[in-house]
Design a protein. Sequence first.
Length: 75
Amino acid sequence: MQFKWGKNLDSSTTHAPLDGGLLYHSHGPPGAVLGTWMRSVEFDLLSHELGKVVPVGRGLSARTTLGRDPDLFNQ
């Protein structure tokens, strides 16, 4: 997956970190969570932090193991 932040920002978010995410393992009816999203797991994308796993919806949990691939950082 590749992503980039746009240059034009909403004036209400100019001082907040850029925030996005990829929802995966989605299931259930659309709009079940806050009237917008399906129950799912989110791979969080913030301008200063990537990869936080966020359960979206009630009754979900997530557990991860931190790993580091040195090849990604030594290029």
